[in-house]
Design a protein around this ligand. Structure first.
Ligand code: ZN
Length: 319
């Protein structure tokens, strides 16, 4: 097992290569904390109970609740910077119920300290949203898209085809809960290629050089992606909510909130397989309280940072 932000080289029978190709392009990965959320633990980790919907937290004891971080990520590639997920909107500071809506607001509380909103963090790095190469949304759940409004000037906002298709469905809970958060934003679908990467063998090579794969990990959400990236130190997997926290990785406990439980179990099994591979230096579960903001998979960050401008993705227009 290679825990978050640490290196384990003791595994000798790890899985085969988790990224295809021999290209040695790498990225730098910075973990951001974009607020936190209070959840019922049954949302994060499946629980055997007679309660019909324990993940909502409704009529559940207070000791079942827990505050967990909401993570977002910056991927720094030689061609520019990609933001992954967006955390909470600043509106939660002043009008939480208004921003979340009644249904979502009945399940969660939020916290977004000054400086943790995604646009505030970009500004602190002298990055304007329009200077990003793209924003990638791992799945359309509220804690991942709430802050999208702050970066809507980004040239491209990428969401997987199955995630967008599911959000358009009649019974899409994601749309009911968070549709207002991406309203008016031009979400650009991307498809998966047959790469052999991931539980379904399908992923999208983001920069076209093998450095970053957006890996299809359905189950918690139909089109959820994890980010499998090659850094100078080795492979890093940003698992999104395919692994919610340490109990997912250590005990293999699937999330309680799923659209397809079987798929969620398979996706988590793949995440754990990556964690056990020799190449892996870190697996980051989005909501693990142990996540520490900062760079991961890189020992020194001082020399040549990538330019924030002029980036392009392989299937996109030159910026
Ligand atoms: Zn989440």
């Amino acid at each position: 097992m290679c825990p978050q932000q640490s290196v384990d080289t003791t595994n000798t029978d790890g899985a085969a290569a988790v990224t295809p190709g021999s290209n040695e392009s790498t990225v730098n990965i910075e973990l951001l904390r974009t607020g936190s959320v209070s959840i019922d633990r049954a949302l994060a980790y499946e629980e055997v109970t007679n309660h019909p919907m324990p993940e909502t937290g409704w009529f559940r004891p207070a000791e079942k609740r827990e505050w967990v971080p909401v993570s977002a990520y910056l991927l720094e590639h030689p061609t520019g910077v990609v933001l992954v997920d967006t955390g909470w909107h600043r509106d939660v500071r002043t009008d939480e119920r208004g921003h979340l809506g009644r249904l979502l607001g009945s399940m969660h509380e939020t916290n977004l300290p000054a400086g943790e909103a995604v646009d505030e963090q970009l500004a602190a790095r002298d990055l304007a949203p329009e200077e990003l190469v793209a924003v990638v949304i791992t799945h359309l759940h509220p804690d991942h898209v709430s802050g999208l409004d702050h970066v809507r000037e980004a040239p491209r906002v990428l969401v997987s085809e199955p995630e967008l298709a599911a959000a358009g469905g009649r019974f899409s809970l994601a749309r009911v809960l968070s549709g207002h958060m991406w309203a008016g934003v031009d979400l650009e679908p991307f498809g998966f290629e047959e790469t052999g990467v991931g539980p379904r063998g399908r992923s999208h090579d983001l920069f076209g050089d093998g450095s970053v794969h957006l890996v299809w990990v359905p189950g918690h959400a139909d089109g959820q992606v994890a980010v499998l990236a090659r850094t100078d130190e080795g492979v890093v997997l940003l698992a999104s909510d395919a692994a919610y926290g340490a109990p997912s990785l250590e005990d293999g406990r699937p999330p309680g909130a799923v659209t397809d439980r079987t798929a969620a179990v398979e996706s988590l099994a793949w995440v754990r397989e990556v964690a056990d591979s020799d190449e892996c230096v870190a697996v980051v579960a989005n909501h693990d309280p142990a996540v520490v903001p900062g760079f991961v998979g890189r020992t020194s960050w001082a020399d040549s940072g990538p330019s924030a401008n002029g980036g392009r993705l392989p299937d996109g227009e030159q910026l």
